[in-house]
Ligand binder design. Structure first.
Ligand SMILES: O=c1[nH]cc([C@@H]2O[C@H](COP(=O)(O)O)[C@@H](O)[C@H]2O)c(=O)[nH]1
Length: 327
């Protein structure tokens, strides 16, 4: 039922560090060939830091834990033809023999099934704005509440309702920590106005926190949020202010419900694609589902921003996590 790549199997059986990576980001997050290039670079970074990358996806109905280069290429070329697969979609894709790109929730599910304790990604899903009416809450959050994998990410985009996302995580019993900051980061910017209950200042502290959760057998997950690196903060802030302005306009114009995402997408596009900025700014539409998330980023650093959020664990945490023995 599951296909665990040999190198991942070997690493797990020897107790070596394995890092889970999601695949929605590859198929829906970036166009080909940048998506393939980025996915390969990310895997290389994980390897260079002494760990084994395990990109997770469903190919021809088989959940694959760890992809070889041919499979990674196939997924990247499939793009949005691979179905965005959250936990609830897994049985249907498997039953139909289809191809699924796993979101955070589905990736966590498979990672925990095979005993991978750490998973690194860009942004996770959250409570959508007006979620109190629409009930549009990402299954990433409920998965974090029922699965003991530690997710390292750049936070939640401010297009979502960050305070409610954190409230929901609290209700789910999810440990939320931030790396070298007291604030929960908002993907493009290190500030969100929301404080985190736990601050971690070193890879060792991250490892200890993960270890204590696992050894207590809490059964709930953990979110370690790492802010955007300083060198990209200026570009991030530019995009963030466009998002904020678009959100204010949407509120003034009372654009709500289904109309809100297309409005925001178009507005941020305009705001970041003006005459003086066209040369350097590219707006990328990431998700094509009813509750889409806006993802705007700077052309030349778009892949870097994604990579950097993965890098945290790879560059800084992994050497220590590697030395740390998980129960
Ligand atoms: O900033 C981001 N948010 C969300 C995603 C992707 O979208 C999923 C959440 O989608 P939804 O809101 O449909 O649950 C995440 O698990 C992840 O795969 C992402 O890549 N980047």
């Amino acid at each position: 039922m599951l296909n665990i790549a040999q190198h991942v199997r070997d690493a797990l059986s020897c107790g070596n560090a394995v890092v889970a990576l999601e695949s929605t980001i590859i198929s829906h997050g970036m166009p080909f060939p940048q998506n393939l290039q980025t996915a390969m670079e990310v895997e290389a970074i994980v390897k260079a830091n002494g760990a084994i990358p395990a990109t997770i996806a469903i190919l021809d109905g088989v959940p694959c834990i760890g992809l070889n280069s041919e499979q990674l290429g196939r997924l990247a070329r499939l793009g949005t033809k691979a179905q965005k697969t959250a936990r609830r979609d897994i049985p249907a894709i498997v039953a139909a023999g289809g191809n699924g790109a796993t979101t955070v929730s589905a990736t966590m599910f498979f990672a925990s099934k095979v005993g991978i304790p750490v998973f690194v990604t860009g942004g996770i899903g959250g409570v959508h704005r007006h979620g109190e009416q629409t009930m549009d809450i990402s299954s990433d959050l409920t998965e974090l509440g029922r699965n003991s994998v530690a997710v390292i990410s750049a936070g939640v985009k401010s297009i979502l309702d960050i305070p409610r996302t954190l409230e929901f995580l609290e209700t789910q019993g999810v440990t939320v920590a931030a790396y070298k900051t007291n604030e929960f980061p908002a993907f493009f910017t290190e500030v969100s106005g929301c404080k985190v209950p736990c601050r971690l200042d070193s890879p060792e502290e991250c490892a200890k926190l993960i270890h204590s959760s696992l050894s207590l057998n809490l059964g709930t997950g953990m979110l370690i949020a790492v802010p955007i690196p300083k060198e990209y903060a200026a570009s991030g802030n530019l995009i963030e202010s466009a998002i904020q302005r678009a959100l204010e306009e949407a509120e003034k114009k009372r654009v709500i419900g289904n109309a809100s995402t297309p409005f925001l997408l178009a507005r941020v596009n305009e705001l970041t694609g003006g005459a003086s900025l066209t040369a350097s700014i590219l707006f990328i539409h990431q998700y094509f589902f009813a509750h889409m998330i806006v993802y705007a980023t700077v052309k030349f650093v778009s892949t870097l921003i994604w990579k950097e959020s993965w890098l945290i664990v790879c560059l800084q945490c992994l050497p220590s996590l590697n030395d740390y023995s998980f129960p």
